[in-house]
Design a protein. Structure first.
Length: 233
């Protein structure tokens, strides 16, 4: 994978992590296609980077599945896909509403799966398919049962996909970011977060992930976590 000039689809481009990724890819002279929910922010990002852009709805799974084909047509091919969509909800498992639980599974699991399912036959050999899960998969806290379950479902799916695409040298990456300073807890669809560790620097974590995904010498590890310096510098 060439460090500069890679063609990358960023899904969830208007979220905090997605926007950081788009700007970091632009600084690396990559060509990006953008998909996001916030139409105004999407238009601003597209104008600032000269990228094709398309609105998306996590509940439109067929539309999510078609994003990679659209991006490949717009960019003349596709070398990688990064999915950063995600939403949080908190509370004891017995009290989380069924509506919130369904929303978590749709946005955090079914949507990224649909995007990457559609991308698998589109991304060229030697490319990458990556999605952000999070440290909540490794050590779920009390009050995060449904949130953690939705991320764990995606993590399991990514692990199987990685084995299925190994012969094509397509790196399937589960990016397990630690708690980062993105304000995600304040945007939870339900409940309040439990006590969390000191947040890391999201820009540093995103930059470290992209360095790994775009490295020309070695394939990205299927399960990726930033080191301490990459979290906080």
């Amino acid at each position: 994978m060439p460090r500069g000039g890679a063609r990358v689809l960023v899904v969830g481009a208007t979220g905090e992590i997605g926007t950081l990724a788009v700007r970091a890819l632009d600084r690396r002279h990559c060509r990006t296609a953008l998909a996001g929910r916030d139409r105004r922010r999407l238009a601003d990002l597209a104008a600032g980077t000269g990228s094709p852009a398309r609105g998306m709805d996590a509940y439109d799974l067929q539309g999510c599945s078609g994003l990679a084909a659209w991006a490949a047509a717009a960019l003349g091919g596709l070398d990688g896909v990064l999915v950063t969509v995600g939403v949080a909800a908190f509370g004891p498992a017995a009290r989380v509403s069924d509506a919130a639980a369904e929303h978590l599974l749709t946005v955090n699991a079914l949507c990224p799966m649909a995007v990457l399912r559609g991308a698998a036959p589109v991304v060229g050999d030697g490319g990458f398919l990556a999605a952000v899960t999070g440290a909540v998969v490794d050590a779920p806290l009390t009050g995060t049962a449904d949130y953690a379950a939705s991320k764990a479902a995606l993590a399991c799916w990514l692990g199987v996909l990685a084995r299925e695409l190994r012969r094509r040298r397509v790196a399937v990456v589960d990016a397990r970011f630690p708690h980062l300073d993105t304000g995600f807890g304040a945007r939870a669809v339900e409940g309040s977060p439990p006590p969390l560790p000191r947040p890391g620097d999201p820009a540093a974590a995103v930059s470290a992930l992209l360095d790994r995904l775009l490295a020309p010498a070695a394939p990205a590890t299927p399960l990726w976590r930033p080191g301490p310096a990459e979290q906080t510098c």
